[in-house]
Design a protein around this ligand. Structure first.
Ligand code: UGY
Ligand code: MN
Length: 304
């Protein structure tokens, strides 16, 4: 009789557990991660833009965060984002994830545009790169012509170039800005594009371990580039990198282990990383879905 009740209880718990998976991703019966897609098959990066989804089983643990801030690197996880109104923007909240206060020469921030919102301009001599993570924005050029940028689309603005983004519903962007390092006889141009339109590039030294796309031209005028890197689960960086360049990274999809200096961090979609020059860095993709990350890298300038 007793063993019958025990079996019945076990069966009931199993059924409840499956029901819970069907209804919600929270709780002890955790469901596998699902990447949403829109009708074009583009990922919606939902974990990046919705902090409460990440990490689902730890979000309510008092005082717990995976965020760390060290001299030569920082990991900033979504549950520690702090938003405040962005100066010069209308109806837009921003969370700065990388800034010169850390030692970086650029800023990286998440901009949450709400209904009827408008962008402001960067300071004088500052260039700007914008990548759409959620929703869509209308980009108006100087002639007033509007262009819609959807998830995975991006735009680059040379220093001191007039531009305006508007969002009629809501949109989330990741923005990079840097004081432009001028080079005689070279100027950058306005760029608009989408990730999937960019060709796959060779990855010398990496034996084609990951897939690489660059979102900006590689010509000398540009003093940084934005890389999109894709890894299948189990793939990892071949080179244990130590280099003079700085990085700002946003994990768009997947999960894995990031080595930064002597620390090894479990990371997942939504996490942001700052890497100072010369910090040892290495990544391995784990789990069941591919990793995609977006990476700022300063290039084409003599470090002297
Ligand atoms: O190009 C790079 O420096 C890049 N492979 N670094 C990184 O992914 N941490
Ligand atoms: Mn690197």
């Amino acid at each position: 009789m007793q063993s019958f009740s025990a079996k019945f209880l076990l069966l009931l718990l199993t059924v409840l557990c499956f029901l819970k998976i069907a209804v919600t991703e929270e709780g002890f019966c955790s469901a596998p991660s699902i990447i949403d897609s829109n009708s074009n098959g583009n990922p919606l990066y939902s974990k990046v833009i919705n902090p409460t989804l990440s990490p689902s089983h730890l979000q309510d643990l008092p005082g717990f965060t995976r965020s760390v801030y060290r001299n030569d690197h920082a990991l900033i996880t979504p549950e520690s984002h702090v938003f405040s109104p962005l100066p010069d923007w209308r109806n837009t909240l921003g969370a700065y994830l990388v800034s010169p206060a850390m030692g970086a020469h650029f800023v990286m921030y998440i901009a949450k545009m709400q209904e009827s919102s408008k962008s402001g301009l960067p300071p004088m001599d500052v260039e700007r790169f914008v990548f759409v993570l959620q929703g869509s924005v209308t980009l108006h050029n100087v002639s007033g012509i509007g262009q819609t940028l959807m998830v995975d689309s991006y735009a680059y603005f040379p220093p001191n170039s007039e531009h305006l983004f508007e969002s009629y519903e809501s949109a989330t962007l990741v923005v990079f800005e840097r004081r432009y390092a001028y080079l005689e006889n070279h100027i950058t141009e306005h760029v608009v594009g989408s990730t999937h339109q960019q060709p796959l590039l060779d990855t010398p030294g990496e034996a084609s371990v990951f897939q690489l796309r660059k979102l900006l031209p590689t010509s000398l005028a540009y003093d940084f580039n934005i890389h999109i890197m894709d890894f299948q689960p189990g793939e990892f960086l071949n080179v244990k990198e130590v280099h003079y360049n700085q990085h700002g990274l946003l994990l768009l999809e997947g999960q894995g282990i990031y080595r930064l200096g002597d620390s090894w961090y479990p990371v997942e979609a939504g996490d942001a990383i700052w890497m100072a020059p010369f910090v040892p860095q290495w990544y391995a993709a784990l789990g069941k879905i591919p990793t995609r990350y977006l990476l700022y890298k300063d290039v084409n300038r003599n470090p002297l």
